[in-house]
Design a protein around this ligand. Structure first.
Ligand code: NAD
Length: 207
C-alpha cells in the first residue's frame, strides 16, 4: 500500500501503535498526545501533527480513543493485509527472523527459507522449511509470495538478488551490507543496524 507519509512519520506511528497496544491490554480507553509525547520524549505538537495527518482528531482533555486510534494506524499502515515472504539465506540472521512470530501481527507472513547448503535443506524451524534456492520459482508460483528477506553473505548478494528477481521476487528487504542493482520494477529496502546504532551514538553522545 502506497501513501504519502514520510518514513519518519511511519516510524513514529509504529511507536504510537506500540504504546496503544499496551494501553489496550490494560483496558485503558483514552490517551492524550501529551502522554504519547512523554513516553517517547518527543514534542507534543509533533504527535498531534502526525495524528492529524492520518485524520485522527482528539477531544480536548480526553484525548484519543485508544481502540479507534490503534485501528486507524493499523489501517493506514496496512497491518491487516498479509504480505507473503521467503527468507533467502538460512543462517543466524535468517533463522532468527523466520522464528520471530510477531511479524504476522503486522502483516508479514514468512512462509519458508531458501539456502544452497545441502546440509540445511529440508530442516524445519517453527514449521518453516528450508528449501533449495533452485526451487524458489516454483514456490513463488505455488504461494504467490513476492517478498524476499535477504540474509546471505555480502559477497554473493548481487548474484543472489539477480537470481531471485528472475524467479519472480518484486520486493527485497535486504540485510546484506550491499547496494544492489535491480530493475525499476523491483523495490529494495536496505536494513542497516549499524546506521541505526551510529545515529543513536550521534544523538546520545555515547562515550
Ligand atoms: P550466516 O553465515 O550465518 O548465514 C548466511 C547463510 O546464507 C548461510 O546459511 C549460507 O549457507 C547461505 N548462503 C550462502 N550463499 C548462498 C547463496 N548463494 N544462496 C542462498 N543462500 C546462501 O550469516 P548471518 O550472520 O546470518 O548474516 C547474514 C547477512 O546479514 C550477512 O550479509 C550479514 O552481514 C548481514 N547482517 C546484516 C545486519 C543488518 O543490520 N542489516 C545485521 C546482521 C547481519
Amino acid at each position: 500500500m502506497k501513501h504519502t507519509l514520510s518514513q519518519r512519520t511511519i516510524n513514529r506511528l509504529t511507536q504510537y501503535h506500540t504504546i496503544l497496544r499496551e494501553y489496550s491490554k490494560k483496558d485503558i480507553e483514552n490517551i492524550t498526545s501529551a502522554q504519547i509525547s512523554s513516553f517517547l520524549k518527543i514534542d507534543e505538537t509533533q504527535v498531534r501533527k502526525d495524528l492529524k495527518s492520518i485524520n485522527c482528531k482528539g477531544k480536548c482533555k480526553v484525548g484519543y480513543v485508544v481502540s479507534e486510534l490503534k485501528n486507524i494506524i493499523e489501517d493506514v499502515l496496512d497491518y491487516k493485509t498479509t504480505k507473503k515472504a521467503f527468507v533467502i539465506g538460512a543462517g543466524n540472521l535468517g533463522i532468527a527472523l523466520s522464528k520471530y512470530s510477531k511479524f504476522s501481527e503486522f502483516g508479514l507472513e514468512i512462509l519458508g527459507l531458501f539456502d544452497i547448503n545441502e546440509a540445511k535443506i529440508g530442516k524445519k524451524f517453527d514449521n518453516k522449511e528450508i528449501y533449495h534456492l533452485s526451487t524458489l520459482k516454483n514456490k513463488i508460483e505455488e504461494t504467490g509470495a513476492n517478498i524476499a528477506i535477504l540474509t546471505i553473505p555480502n559477497k554473493v548478494a548481487q548474484e543472489v538478488a539477480d537470481e531471485i528477481i528472475k524467479a519472480g521476487i518484486k520486493y527485497i528487504w535486504n540485510f546484506a551490507p550491499s547496494i544492489l542493482t535491480v530493475p525499476d520494477d523491483v523495490k529494495v529496502w536496505n536494513e542497516n543496524l549499524i546506521g541505526s546504532f551510529l545515529q543513536f551514538c550521534a544523538i546520545s553522545d555515547i562515550k
